[in-house]
Design a protein around this ligand. Structure first.
Ligand code: AMP
Ligand code: MG
Length: 348
């Protein structure tokens, strides 16, 4: 694609929000800060604007987009019905890092739903995101603002790196608080199904609806040609240039020494290794990118994508990544880490 824009990055102010709204209404794309990751925003009801998203990202056409709203009343015109469990979850966790699947209304273009008869909708927790949606006066279709296949952006700088010249404006809302994409939940039936784990955890869903299921593709790759309920699950994702191998073990010290051994063996084979590990562990001067505290998977959620992106700025050829615990948001971290590693996971 030709570089068409002199991309500007602006802090979130009344003036920049108004300008973002203008671009959106004109059918252009804007980089939008949210609490999960930065989004690449377009008017969800304008098919031409939406197809620009796919072009700018290099995204496969059969991967649907999430539609973002700024207030509850904006939901109803976009959907055919609001199933009871979905309403319960929306009332409990919106605004927040949760996308719900609804039967789509006819106004949602096929370009957004990628041919499905459903649409994923989210009300972001980030105030800047809701202000930008309100300023545009449109529902906003927004995938993560990375080039397809790359780790999602969690700073405005990441967005600029991937989208410079491709979009006119990025709003800089600072680093994302959650750091991994929203939970995608299909609550059309009585038992909600988590299609993609995120900041709203299975425990939280169960506490509202009494029950919850996890889609089988959350922790494994889809087979070639296999039908999946959440189309994004079949694509290689979040992948840095380096090979990624995950080492998993509940004992922090055992994990650290296994990471060191794997690092040294790789180095002997002529690879350039790095460790994605935890603060306070003993890695003996080896090259380490920190995922924060072993006991706080929120840290790893916030830092994982930035660490994967940082790898691409180095000559590292093989990264050994410490698995987090899978409780809470740890499940989302392991889902993203797993996919960055093409599910190359070694259990110790
Ligand atoms: P991204 O925009 O990169 O956060 O990816 C959005 C993901 O949400 C897609 O890849 C799908 O996996 C999921 N998704 C969006 N809309 C739907 C839908 N209607 N049904 C099932 N999954 C969806
Ligand atoms: Mg994405």
């Amino acid at each position: 694609m030709d570089k068409q824009y002199d991309t500007r990055v602006l802090p979130v102010t009344e003036a920049s929000l108004a300008e973002a709204g203008d671009w959106i209404r004109r059918g252009e794309l804007v980089g939008m800060p949210t609490e999960t990751v930065y989004g690449l925003a377009a008017d969800a009801l304008n098919p031409e604007a939406v197809s620009r998203i796919f072009k700018a990202k290099g995204r496969p056409q059969d991967n649907p987009l999430i539609v973002h709203i700024s207030a509850m009343e904006e939901l109803y015109p976009l959907v055919k019905e609001v199933p009871p469990a979905a309403l319960q979850l929306a009332e409990a966790f919106w605004p927040g890092p949760m996308t719900l699947i609804f039967p789509k209304a006819d106004c949602i273009p096929m370009e957004v739903s990628a041919g499905l008869d459903t649409v994923g909708i989210r009300m972001p927790g980030s105030l800047a995101a809701r202000q930008m949606i309100a300023a545009s006066g449109r529902p906003i279709a927004a995938p993560s603002a990375n080039r397809s296949g790359k780790p999602s952006p969690t700073t405005a700088e990441h967005v600029l790196r991937d989208m410079a010249g491709r979009i006119p404006l990025i709003l800089d809302g600072g680093p994302c608080q959650v750091g991994v994409e929203s939970s995608v939940i299909d609550a059309r039936g009585p038992v909600p199904v988590i299609l993609r784990p995120g900041g709203i955890t299975p425990e939280m869903v169960r506490s509202v609806c009494g029950d919850v299921r996890l889609d089988e593709h959350v922790m494994k790759a889809a087979e070639a040609g296999e039908k999946v309920r959440s189309p994004g699950m079949k694509y290689r994702h979040y992948a840095p240039v380096a090979k990624v191998t995950i080492l998993r073990c509940g004992e922090e010290e055992k994990l650290a020494s296994a990471l060191c051994r794997a690092y040294d063996e790789a180095e002997k084979k002529g690879e350039v290794p790095a460790i994605l590990g935890f603060d306070g562990a003993a890695y003996g001067g080896r090259r380490v990118l920190s995922l924060g505290s072993f006991h706080h998977p929120e840290d790893a959620a916030q830092r994982l994508f930035a660490a994967l992106r940082r790898l691409d700025e180095t000559d590292v050829t093989h990264a050994f990544c410490a698995a987090t615990e899978e409780g809470g948001i740890g499940l989302a971290v392991m889902n993203r880490m797993g996919r960055a590693a093409a599910f190359d996971i070694v259990d110790l």
